[in-house]
Write a protein that binds this ligand. Structure first.
Ligand code: FES
Length: 247
């Protein structure tokens, strides 16, 4: 042995925590998981939403959640674990009431995403990937959320916070910790990470239509095109020359 030890760059990203066998999964949860499986021609296709429902109930992908999903879908627990540990939206360990994401991919980075993340770390007294001691907030560096026209963006329980600044981040964090009502800059009321997980699983909470469906920055190109009378080319007119050539 050389004496060198392998140290993972992602020390908490290992497997599901099998030491923590606690669970809130009851008959109602099992019934709802079965409902999800029944929505797909191939029940196995329901595994991703089923795992989100497990997270909404147990705050993470729990050992019991893995067992129930495997039983309902007729697959092995190893197959369920393989999926749960592949995607970053599945938690192996419990997190905070709220999940704050800070985008640091190219466009948000150019607009200050890294500064914003560092600022949130200082404000919360934790590093990315950690949860505050009072269990209120987990912080994560996230990849592009397809909201680059509002860069730099943050998310709270996957709802957008557009055009963020360190001052706006301070205000947001203070309000979340104080338990005040917070709204996404696009209108939706912020609930909690667990409630958001239930919606992602496929059980709507009736808030989908809160706020506008598209912001000004996303609609700017459309408005300019309308002002100039620009239209997309007619697909039939584009296809015609190519067809002529092939004759
Ligand atoms: S780079 Fe941040 S949303 Fe696209």
């Amino acid at each position: 042995m050389s004496g060198h030890e392998f140290t993972s760059f992602f020390p908490t990203s290992g497997g599901v925590d099998m030491d923590d066998q606690s669970t809130n999964i009851d008959e109602k949860t099992v019934e709802e998981l079965a409902q999800l499986a029944a929505r797909y021609p191939q029940p196995r296709s329901a595994l991703l939403p089923m795992l989100h429902l497990v997270q909404s109930v147990d705050g993470r992908v729990s050992p019991r959640g893995i067992e129930v999903c495997a039983d309902l879908l007729g697959i092995s627990t190893a197959q369920v674990s393989g999926v749960a540990t592949f995607y970053t939206m599945y938690r192996r360990r419990p997190g905070g009431t709220h999940h704050i994401g800070v985008c640091t991919t190219a466009l948000c980075a150019v607009m200050g995403g890294d500064i914003l993340l560092e600022h949130c770390e200082h404000k919360l007294g934790i590093h990315e990937g950690e949860t505050t001691a009072d269990g209120s907030i987990s912080l994560e560096r996230i990849e592009c959320n397809a909201a680059c026209d509002f860069a730099p963006i943050m998310t709270v329980n996957w709802e957008f916070m557009d055009n963020m600044t360190p001052a706006k981040a301070d205000e947001l964090i203070d309000e979340l910790i104080a338990g005040q009502e917070v709204r996404s800059t696009r209108g939706a009321t912020i609930t909690s990470w667990r409630e958001a997980e239930r919606v992602i699983a496929g059980f709507p909470d009736g808030r989908a239509d809160e706020g506008p469906t598209a912001g000004d920055a996303s609609l700017l190109g459309l408005r300019i095109a309308q002002d100039h009378g620009w239209h997309a080319p007619d697909p039939a007119a584009i296809a015609a020359p190519a067809e002529e050539e092939s004759k």
